[in-house]
Write a protein that binds this ligand. Structure first.
Ligand SMILES: Nc1ncnc2c1ncn2[C@@H]1O[C@H](COP(=O)(O)OP(=O)(O)OP(=O)(O)O)[C@@H](O)[C@H]1O
Ligand SMILES: [Mg+2]
Length: 499
């Protein structure tokens, strides 16, 4: 049950970590939200290691019984044997299989077979499903269920130390569910954890281009950049966003198509299924956050049971908690396209937000930058593109201003001053962005703020001309120029990672 990915970008670091861990016999937990590319990473890894480290892959979604597990292993062993990686002992297999009576026997037989055939690692993709299913069967049913299966795994991991067991799931939440307390006993069995993040913007663009090349479809640079931006680097979103793009579309038409898909198309169906996985209270909390109610006190006041739902959403890695003071706490949804979908959906009693607004407030590079600033945990010293050292402190509040006076991409509020920002995701950040930043300062001052710093933020490097203009302007009004480089530095000290 493996395939070799036709298109695969990056994940160099993850692949080399896996190789190192497998070589050391380390047990690993791999987590990543839906569609981030866990399964693809394993497929690539299996292909790459070849016979260097014979390993097996189990897709737990297809396993219902202990027997299924052994049959799945059989397929894997046959594959490895046909490739000359191992000498498969069919008689040994059959003898073991015939002696299994329940799922615990099957798990024991599985590891015995791995050892017998010199298998170096085993990947359990979607492990929580396996724990739950086997837990509902003899002899685990009635003896603790999924928790008893996990305990048994613990014993097996202890006994077969030379084999790396790689458990993968969408979040670490199953530990909490199994053991009530995180980290549970099984957790101590892993010596390593890999959290799969979205692809960087650069790799997203590469992936988009490769898919287009394979399909022999051409799209304008504008649309390619737009897709990289709103996908947030999630490979599954990139694929869906490409599925609704057609050759010859201009950016306006494509944007309209994305909106349509979010409201009643492919993306809508995907997110409906995703939302359905959460409890009702969790769903309500997700809606409220997406529609702008991000403060804990407010959420608690308006949704019964929200505190508990928030805790579980945080454990599932879906929501991030930002503490701004002893009694001030905010929540953010990690997945931005999902947030936008929730925001524009009609929900009785909650405000409806237009796609245009949701796009501006929640998705893409611009909102990512605001969140990196907002979730800074400490002050960070960085050197901007003009070589000046500055300290960025954690702000109290960060938002986009839109009002009678105009728009400001980022206002970061401090006790008695603000920092204003202009954020740009295009390839060539021209001097007009600096002029816009100067206008932003003017707007903020007319709003009564004391502006301490003005920052231009572009994902890509600045053209020489813009740098020169910024130098000249800075003689009078100092402005800072940041790019991906400084953001990456900042994001090391923030709760939001720049992918
Ligand atoms: N590194 C990558 N390069 C190219 N395509 C990728 C990459 N990672 C993932 N994809 C594509 O994105 C889609 C989702 O990836 P995948 O199924 O591996 O994610 P997952 O984390 O296993 O998701 P799920 O939680 O739904 O199982 C797949 O169709 C895959 O082809
Ligand atoms: Mg998967």
């Amino acid at each position: 049950m493996r395939y070799s990915p036709e298109i695969f970008v990056d994940r160099e670091k993850e692949l080399s970590s896996l190789r190192k861990w497998v070589n050391e016999g380390t047990n690993v937990l791999v987590v990543g939200l839906r569609g981030y590319g866990k399964t693809s990473l394993f497929m690539k890894f299996l292909e790459e290691v070849g016979c260097d480290f014979p390993g097996v892959y189990i897709n737990c979604l297809t396993i219902y019984t202990g027997r299924d597990l052994l049959n799945s292993l059989l397929e894997e062993l046959e594959t490895l044997s046909s490739r000359g990686c191992i000498d498969f002992d069919r008689m040994f297999f059959d003898a073991l299989l015939s002696r299994t009576r329940d799922s615990r026997d099957c798990l024991n037989a599985l590891y015995k077979l791995l050892e017998k055939h010199g298998i170096r690692f085993i990947i359990f993709d979607e492990i929580s499903t396996l724990l739950r299913r086997l837990g509902a069967q003899k002899p685990f049913r009635g003896a603790g269920g999924a928790k008893a299966v996990a305990e048994h795994f613990k014993a097996l991991l202890d006994r077969y130390r030379g084999i790396s067991t790689i458990f993968a799931d969408t979040s670490t939440n199953f530990h909490y569910e199994l053991f009530g307390k995180y980290p549970g006993p099984l957790f101590r069995q892993y010596q390593a954890m890999l959290e799969l993040e979205p692809l960087s913007f650069g790799d997203s663009i590469e992936l988009i281009r490769e898919i287009l090349r394979k399909r022999n479809v051409g799209l304008s640079d504008n649309i390619v950049l737009y897709i990289a931006d709103i996908s947030g680097g999630v490979p599954a979103y990139i694929e869906m966003l490409l599925a609704i793009a057609e050759e010859g579309m201009d950016i306006r038409e494509y944007e309209a198509e994305v909106e349509r898909s979010l409201i009643l198309g492919l993306l809508n169906r995907y997110f409906e299924a995703l939302l359905d996985k959460f409890s009702w209270t969790e769903q309500e909390v997700l809606y409220a956050i997406a529609k702008g109610m991000t403060r804990f006190s407010e959420l608690q006041r308006s949704i019964a049971g929200s505190a508990q739902a928030l805790n579980s959403l945080v454990r599932k890695g879906v929501v991030i908690n930002v503490k701004k003071g002893p009694r001030e706490s905010y929540y953010l949804i990690k997945d931005k396209l999902f947030t936008a979908w929730l925001a524009i959906r009609e929900k009785p009693g909650m405000r409806k937000i237009s796609f245009k607004k949701a796009r501006m407030l929640t998705i893409g590079f611009e909102s990512l930058v605001r969140e990196i600033f907002f979730t800074l945990k400490e002050s960070v010293r960085i050197r901007d593109e003009l070589g000046r050292e500055i300290t960025i402190e954690p702000p109290k509040k960060v938002y986009r201003y839109e009002g009678a006076l105009g728009e400001i991409d980022m206002v970061a509020e401090y006790r008695d001053y603000v920092v204003v920002g202009e954020i740009y995701f295009g390839l060539k950040c021209g001097r007009e962005k600096i002029n816009q930043l100067l206008r932003n300062i003017g707007i903020a001052e007319r709003l009564g703020y004391k502006v301490r710093q003005a920052i231009l933020i572009s994902y890509f490097d600045y053209p020489e001309e813009t740098i020169g203009y910024a130098r000249k302007i800075s003689e009078e009004t100092p402005i800072l120029l940041l790019t991906e480089k400084q953001l990456r530095e900042l994001s090391k000290y923030s709760l939001i990672r720049l992918p």
